[in-house]
Design a protein around this ligand. Structure first.
Ligand SMILES: *[C@@H]1O[C@H](CO)[C@@H](O)[C@H](O)[C@H]1NC(C)=O
Ligand SMILES: *[C@@H]1O[C@H](CO)[C@@H](O)[C@H](O)[C@H]1NC(C)=O
Ligand SMILES: *[C@@H]1O[C@H](CO)[C@@H](O)[C@H](O)[C@H]1NC(C)=O
Ligand SMILES: *[C@@H]1O[C@H](CO)[C@@H](O)[C@H](O)[C@H]1NC(C)=O
Length: 386
């Protein structure tokens, strides 16, 4: 977000370099209702590219270009499916270990691993990241600069020490995060170029739940997710009485976001001085929506008849969103990775999850084909949490 802010201030945002990202996310849960025990997803630029779960035991490509990639490489998922099947009991064992370490008795727990990288297509700079999360909080993360594990929690210290003493594993991790995963990302980008590099403008509307609620400027259907949204008064960006929402995925691969303005201290005559601004990276013209009472969609009747069933619409949107978010696993892990998300607002939630390393021989073959199994854990003993 900060980077984009700076670029926008400099008036450069239409020429901004693009930072692409790849994330492989693995989620194992116990006793979470209506959620498969194991879910693996891949995300390129925060767009889901595949989904696997322990209920279907099938890999579902989520983008047309992933279908093409699979058709061109029929063996593409074979090793991954073996891996996905093998990893679930291992991860479940981790949950048992961690329950003990945290003295927990409850049944509902979530363990996630994420591995991935960001790649700046202009400078070529690569930043790998790898994280382990438990019950929605960071448990272990990997510091790219020192090539060591960091334990934000006391319960992770034993694991951190052991992993940091495993030089072979650390060297592999470094290779994985600086070579193999960036290679995967570039290959995905090649296949998905026309889709991933597109820009789509949103529809922007003003919504208000009750006459005393803030007015929400709601943008949906945009792509990519490198955006800025804010309210301004007399041309000046407002920081007070404004609440910026998260960028959230729509089920069609586009994104949505909103920014709320609390109008309680604004007199009706002053309304026309306010406008909502939406800026999409790579697009010169901003979408500007003036604060106009007649343009606000509400679920109560301003005229005394009819009225717009906003509650119902919001309800449906929320249900769809939860569904999408659930499937992706986003909500499970609050994002605390400063700066790592590049352009996203700091409060964007994020999924987390996993992987590690298969033997280097198996991974070297994946330089031919962008198989996402460079993210495989090594043998059970090697990735023990002890
Ligand atoms: C997954 O399958 C199990 C057993 O077949 C079933 O009980 C559970 O409801 C399914 N979960 C989901 C999320 O579909
Ligand atoms: C768990 O219990 C042990 C022994 O009762 C105690 O030493 C430890 O501090 C507890 N850990 C936590 C996280 O509460
Ligand atoms: C809007 O602002 C008023 C006064 O500044 C405050 O009392 C109210 O709680 C705010 N509403 C929301 C939804 O934040
Ligand atoms: C409008 O919808 C909001 C949220 O669904 C609800 O809290 C509010 O009571 C509704 N207002 C009316 C007049 O129905």
């Amino acid at each position: 977000m900060k980077i984009l802010v700076v670029l926008v201030l400099l008036g450069l945002h239409s020429a901004a370099a693009v930072i692409h990202s790849l994330k492989y996310i693995h989620t194992v849960s116990s006793q979470v209702p209506n959620f498969p025990e194991y879910v693996a997803v891949g995300m390129v630029d925060d767009v889901q590219i595949y989904h696997y779960d322990s209920n279907t035991t099938r890999v579902l490509p989520k983008q047309d270009w992933m279908n093409r990639l699979t058709e061109d490489n029929p063996e593409f998922w074979e090793r991954d499916i073996d891996f996905f099947r093998g990893i679930q009991p291992l991860f479940k064992g981790y949950i048992e270990t961690l329950k003990q370490r945290f003295n927990q008795t409850g049944d509902v727990h979530i363990f996630q691993w994420m591995v991935g990288c960001e790649w700046d297509d202009e400078t070529g700079e690569v930043n790998g990241f790898r994280q382990v999360g438990y019950d929605g909080e960071d448990f272990l993360s990997w510091d790219v600069k020192t090539n060591t594990w960091i334990a934000p929690k006391q319960q992770a210290v034993i694991t951190k020490n052991n992993w940091n003493n495993d030089n072979e594993q650390l060297a592999y991790l470094k290779y994985l995060l600086t070579q193999e995963i960036p290679d995967h990302l570039k290959k995905y980008l090649n296949y998905g170029r026309s889709s991933l590099m597109r820009t789509e403008l949103p529809s922007v509307s003003l919504l208000q739940k009750t006459p005393s609620s803030p007015v929400s400027c709601f943008a949906t259907g945009f792509y990519p997710n490198r955006v800025m949204m804010f309210w301004r008064k007399d041309g000046e960006e407002l920081h007070e009485d404004v609440e910026l929402g998260e960028i959230l995925p729509n089920h069609d691969g586009s994104f949505q976001m909103s920014v709320d303005l609390n109008l309680s201290s604004v007199t009706p005559e002053d309304w026309r001085r306010y406008e909502c601004v939406f800026q999409l990276s790579g697009v010169k013209d901003d979408i500007i929506t003036k604060l106009d009472e007649t343009a606000i969609q509400t679920n109560w009747s301003k005229t005394g008849d009819g009225g717009f069933p906003l509650g119902a619409v919001i309800g449906v949107v929320v249900v769809l969103l939860l569904l999408v978010v659930c499937i992706v696993g986003f909500f499970l892990w609050k994002n605390k990775k400063k700066g790592k998300e590049g352009f996203q607002p700091a409060n964007t939630s994020d999924a987390s999850s996993s992987s590690s390393s298969s033997s280097s021989s198996s991974s070297s073959s994946s330089t031919e084909v962008p198989v996402p199994d460079g993210n495989q854990p090594r043998s059970e003993e090697e990735v023990e949490l002890q």
